[in-house]
Design a protein around this ligand. Structure first.
Ligand code: FAD
Length: 481
């Protein structure tokens, strides 16, 4: 009997984690093929050699409060690669001032008036203090984070806190992002009867999490000493997958109980498929085999962004914090908007990047539907980032090295109703035997959310394949549906 063959489409972290999990579930004989259209694995996990060090120019960290990444690192024997940020807080530029990031907020939603006193005007602080005595919040379906927070606190909490924080994660706008998908814990607390946003945020951000001034006591984030690309390398090795790089999968068809993966005129027959490509590509790939899911994927908007990496001369002094988030309406002294929406002072934030060599800083640029800022050449983006850095941090040194990494369509937008859309995608895919979907479009754009979907997708496809191989005759059984 020929061993089963499974296709994974997309070699980002979701696809590579699915390939690894399929190997665990299907055993050594299975053939696992990863189809990746670009010439490298990793997708938005991308570690480059920069100023002599491994440097992440896509995702740079992951949440360690969620279990997925730490569990995977443990399984892969990589736990000693895990490092946490230095115990310095971040800062926030809002209302023309740069302040320490407030300590107790839930993605910018204040857990108390005291927590946000330094960032907001006295009138806005008064509204935060008064919010618990407003009539209780009643969530009816989903709502945009912006609409809910503006209604309870006014505009400043959105403009100065929530928008910069959510913008950092989604490159999105709080007024368009759906509460249930982007801050599910807050939605859950409100569903359970907590009537005030302050009370819900307080319950969800215990005092023990912070030392004040945004400085975490227990690590919230982690990264890998040799860059997040080292996770991809290890997954590729442990999965034993056959890698087909540099070819775009153009379509999927189902023939009896098996699948055909099409790459232009080339066709590969497989027994099961995990689609781990971004939403626009997943929409196209599923058009024939799961049209309802394809339509939902196609409706997910994506935001483009760029990362500007700067290596400054050794000895350059950065502010004594891990970086700065910039509120979207904030302006420079010359009245122009900032180009960069956040700087990470990498050599301050990560001890392994704080050596005697060049001082590393990365700037993030780009929010949803604001593509004009990206439509300039690399030299202009670098110049704009340097100018913003000079104004925000007083650092004007000429970089010894600079690079721009562009992420077209890099982040899916979880708009109002995303949770329903995700359910409809998963339900439509569940009707098709041997098919599963994974990746950032579904259950969180962060690495842990991608891993969760990868795990579930691999389990689903493996169960389908094992079910068919366990027929009493030892031959492939009939299609369950
Ligand atoms: C600049 C940036 C910074 C980020 N920072 C963080 C962070 O610090 N922490 C965090 O947790 N998350 C962060 N994220 C989010 C996170 O990195 C991504 O959501 C996650 O890596 C996506 O993984 P994925 O496997 O779902 O998709 P991707 O990484 O997009 O991988 C999908 C792969 O599919 C391939 N593909 C697409 N279509 C086809 C096709 N037809 N055929 C074959 N291959 C195809 C693509 O080339 C790509 O390699 C960041 C994202 C960006 C863009």
């Amino acid at each position: 009997m020929t061993p089963p063959r499974v296709a994974v489409i997309g070699g980002g972290v979701a696809g590579m984690a699915a390939a690894y999990r399929l190997r665990c579930l299907l055993g050594p004989a299975a053939e696992i093929v990863v189809f990746e259209q670009s010439g490298r694995l990793g997708g938005k996990l991308c570690t480059i050699e920069f100023a002599g060090r491994p440097y992440d120019v896509g995702a740079e960290a992951f949440l360690v409060r969620r279990a997925e990444v730490v569990e995977l690192l443990t399984e892969l024997g990589m736990l000693d690669e895990l490092i946490h940020p230095a115990p310095v807080g971040a800062s926030m530029r809002a209302g023309g001032r740069t302040n320490p990031m407030p300590g107790r907020t839930l993605l910018g939603v204040p857990a108390s008036a005291d927590a946000v006193r330094d960032v907001l005007s006295p009138e806005a602080v008064r509204r935060v203090a008064a919010e618990p005595s407003l009539p209780p919040v009643r969530l009816d379906g989903d709502v945009s984070v912006g609409a809910l927070v503006r209604e309870r606190f006014g505009d400043e909490v959105i403009d100065r806190l929530v928008d910069p924080l959510l913008g950092g994660i989604y490159a999105g706008r709080a007024d368009a992002l759906g509460l249930r998908a982007t801050i599910p814990t807050l939605a859950g607390a409100l569903d359970s009867g907590v009537g005030s946003l302050v009370a819900a945020a307080a319950a969800l951000t215990p005092r023990v999490w912070t030392l004040g001034a945004g400085q975490p006591r227990t690590p919230v984030f982690g990264t890998l000493r040799h860059g997040l690309g080292s996770l991809i390398d290890r997954l590729a090795e442990a999965s034993g997958a056959r890698l087909r790089l540099g070819g775009t999968v153009t379509g999927l068809t189902r023939v009896d109980c098996t699948w055909r993966v099409h790459l232009g005129s080339d066709t590969v027959a497989v027994d099961g498929v995990v689609v781990a490509a971004p939403a626009p590509a997943a929409g196209k790939l599923l058009a024939e085999v799961a049209p309802a899911a394809a339509t939902e994927f196609a409706a997910i908007e994506v935001a483009s962004m760029a990362v500007v990496s700067l290596a400054l001369p050794a000895g350059t002094r950065l502010p004594a914090n891990s970086g700065v988030l910039i509120a979207s309406g904030d302006r420079r002294q010359d009245g122009m908007p900032f180009t960069v929406k956040a700087f990470t002072y990498s050599s301050r934030k990560w001890a392994h990047l704080d050596s005697t060599g060049p001082v590393l800083v990365r700037g993030s640029i780009g929010r949803v539907r604001e593509t004009a800022v990206l439509q300039v050449d690399d030299a202009d983006l670098i110049a704009a980032a340097r100018s913003d850095l000079a104004e925000l941090a007083g650092v004007a040194a000429e970089p010894v090295q600079a690079s721009v990494t562009r992420w077209g369509g890099g982040l899916p937008q979880y708009d109002v109703g995303h949770v329903g859309r995700r359910s409809r995608i998963e339900a439509a895919v569940a009707e098709v035997p041997g098919l599963a979907v994974a990746g950032a479009s579904l259950r969180g754009v962060g690495v842990p959310g991608c891993l969760a979907t990868a795990q579930a997708a691999a389990a689903r496809v493996a169960a389908h394949i094992l079910g068919r191989y366990r027929q009493p005759s030892g031959t492939m059984g009939s299609c369950p549906a």
